[in-house]
Design a protein around this ligand. Structure first.
Ligand SMILES: [Zn+2]
Length: 342
């Protein structure tokens, strides 16, 4: 919309001249519309990106409202993608907003990134980021890694010929090694730092500018550290070096199985856990009431983490998890992503 709304942005070096037209001609994917996705989508729509595609499988819950800035109380129970679209269309009706209530997985991801100029990572777990890295490296689509947990924020632009996620972290962390927003918590202000860094890295790409040297932005507001860590391409990288797309092609990340007749779904982690029973008990302390014994930890999940469903969770010390009380793999995967990460 040329009603003067971008006049301040045009004054900034790199955003004058034809840059606004470049933004208007761009398509971006917001992969996940939780706290990060909300803030990123809001900023790219306001910046004048022409087409914004939002994909998210969840509905708005009360615990989201602390930091998921596109949602209000009236949106509770509404799919996040649809609530986000409604809000963003009100912000700028000339931006084409597409919303899909869907999981981004091996089957769907290629369709979603097919005609994208840039992908923003709004995921809440590491595994889908490896899948996104695979498909973006293979298809030469730039993407921005973005993560926030507790007081830590991170962001990194992955360019087609630059270092990729697996140059920095060849493998995802072992199951349970990292907390999740549902177990370790997150500050809204931390999310804002991560999202702001991501958009700052991604927008110049869309505006036709030249990105800076590859770097991982890493901030911890608890100890006041703000770092830009130089990263470089690893010739031995399995993904961009050896062109092995383990997540996309199925060697990894295919660990979900419905346990027939048991109303339960098993999720096998990509990387085995290093935690013992005590470690898992501590990890799950905020997720419900759990007890350990015989190589596993078992208990009832807090209903606030399960959309009210009465679900039980068993985690074996190797990280294998069984969600009891559902036979829907998507429900089990959502719960495990929230509670276990990965
Ligand atoms: Zn790489």
């Amino acid at each position: 919309m040329d009603d003067g709304r971008h006049v301040r942005q045009r004054l900034v070096a790199g955003f004058g001249g034809g840059a606004q037209d470049c933004l208007r001609a761009s398509s971006v994917l917001i992969a996940g519309c939780g706290a990060l996705g909300c803030l990123i989508a809001d900023q790219v729509v306001r910046a004048g990106v022409g087409r914004v595609v939002i994909v998210d499988r969840d509905i708005v819950e009360p615990s989201n409202l602390q930091r998921q800035s596109l949602f209000a109380t009236a949106d509770l129970g509404v799919p996040k993608a649809l609530a986000a679209r409604a809000r963003l269309e009100a912000v700028d009706p000339t931006v084409r907003i597409e919303a899909w209530v869907d999981s981004i997985d091996r089957e769907s991801i290629e369709d979603y990134i097919a005609d994208m100029d840039l992908v923003f990572d709004g995921f809440d777990a590491m595994e889908p980021r490896y899948l996104l890295n695979d498909v973006c490296v293979r298809d030469r689509v730039p993407w921005v890694y973005c993560a926030a947990i507790a007081t830590q924020a991170r962001a990194m632009l992955v360019q087609p010929d630059g270092p990729c996620l697996r140059c920095v972290w060849p493998d995802p962390p072992p199951s349970g090694a990292l907390g999740t927003c549902d177990t370790a918590g997150v500050l809204g202000s931390t999310v804002a730092i991560a999202a702001g860094a991501s958009v700052s890295l991604g927008l110049p790409v869309l505006a036709g500018g030249k990105p800076g040297a590859p770097a991982l932005i890493s901030v911890d507001t608890a100890d006041g550290s703000w770092r830009s860590i130089s990263v470089s391409r690893d010739p031995a990288c399995p993904c961009c070096g050896h062109r092995r797309f383990d997540w996309l092609e199925g060697a990894w990340g295919a660990g979900t199985a419905v346990l027939c007749g048991r109303n339960a779904v098993q999720i096998r982690p990509a990387v085995e856990s290093l935690l013992d029973e005590a470690g898992w008990l501590q990890r799950l302390a905020q997720a419900g009431s759990f007890a350990a014994g015989q190589g596993l930890v078992r208990g009832s999940l807090d209903p606030s983490l399960t959309s009210g469903l009465p679900l039980e969770l068993t985690v074996f010390v190797d990280g294998r998890a069984v969600v009891h009380g559902t036979s829907d793999p998507a429900v089990a995967a959502t719960v495990c992503a929230r509670v276990l990460g990965g």
